[in-house]
Design a binder for this molecule. Sequence first.
Ligand code: SAM
Length: 424
Amino acid sequence: MENSAATGDFEQMLRDMIGLSTETVGASVIRHALTRRMTACGLPSLDAYRSYLAGNKSERQELIDTVIVPETWFFRDREAFAAMVRHARETKLTDRPIRLLSLPCSTGEEPYSMAMALFDAGFGPTDFAIDAFDVSSRNLALAGRAIYGKNSFRGSDLSFRERYFEALEGGFRPHEIVRRPVRFSLGNVLDPTRPMEREAYDIIFCRNLLIYFDRETQASALAALRQALSGKGLLLVGPGESGLPSLHGFTSARLPRAFAFTKEAPTPGATARSRSEANAPAIRKLPASTASSAPPKPKPRPFASRATMAPSAPASSPESEAAGLAAIESAANAGRLAEARAAAERHIAAFGPSAEVFYLLGLAQDADDAEEDAAGNYRKALYLAPDHRQALAHLRLLLQRRGDEAGARALADRLDRLTKRSGA
Ligand SMILES: C[S@@+](CC[C@H](N)C(=O)[O-])C[C@H]1O[C@@H](n2cnc3c(N)ncnc32)[C@H](O)[C@@H]1O
């Protein structure tokens, strides 16, 4: 595979088509996808593939299917589904069915979980309808086939599988009653002709997508979601994305660990929790099967300096932003990683996103082996402060551990340039 200059036009094309940001996912992910497609098409070079791709719509779809991250599982972040049920109960004061959207739905686990959660809460099959969109036709084909293996079932409570699935030879299949309310379609959140009507949805799940976008694309996607959400609707995003909706006019619904937002300010006393609890993170250990097989790494060490300078105060205290940061650090220093993660999320909810807090959150997740979340937060720190040395250094180490040599090298170069510029 040629160097990064040679793949620049493909990177731009993927950014234009689906919003994929090379800085976020790493150039090696894109180069890997290009190599796989060149091999699949039997083409000898990138130039040959470039000519083949030009004007070939179905190959463009194949490239999208190869480059996207399909990672998903049933009831990913349970609190999101609890928040959905609570909001559905409030919405169901009218006669019409509740309208829900899962975008991106990936291979279907998310919209099927929405249906199961609503049935568990006592809703009937005609009480709701779920639209499920994704930009990957391959994922949608798997969602329609609806046969799931063990990767789709994570966590300790799998009782829903007994109730809603039948065992087949290749895995488990949700019963017809779960599949029927879900309507899958090819859909791109960035496509101005997307099949989302204005104010069409009472509840939108847009989880673990914004994280792959740059800031401009995040803004376009959130504007589109805002249009598609009804006036009193609820938007749910992923844990790593919880700082973004409030930057684009949404208000936190203040539901702990649900990462839920409304278009309007919440009614006092309705479903609100204390501000400090709002959108605190789901404390989820990665299952052993997905734990890193990389050689043991030194635990990231938060810095003692600020923690010793600032008085210790709960991170949720609105009194002082600095005291909040110090509390995150001291929790991480003491190895209380879940506490550090929760404090960082509360800090974002209370004071808004900042490079330092995203970096500290990444650090705590890194030490807890939640590498994907950690990388996402280091990158968010770098969006806000591109010269954040520690975020650059830790992300570089993380990419190196994951075998992304090119990504790690690019960050090392950035660090070098920074050092030369500052004369340090
Ligand atoms: C990590 S999965 C998230 C699935 C699910 N929401 C969850 O949280 O488990 C990301 C999905 O986003 C889809 N995707 C990427 N870019 C998209 C876009 N511009 N519009 C719609 N879907 C997109 C990918 O195909 C992939 O299935």
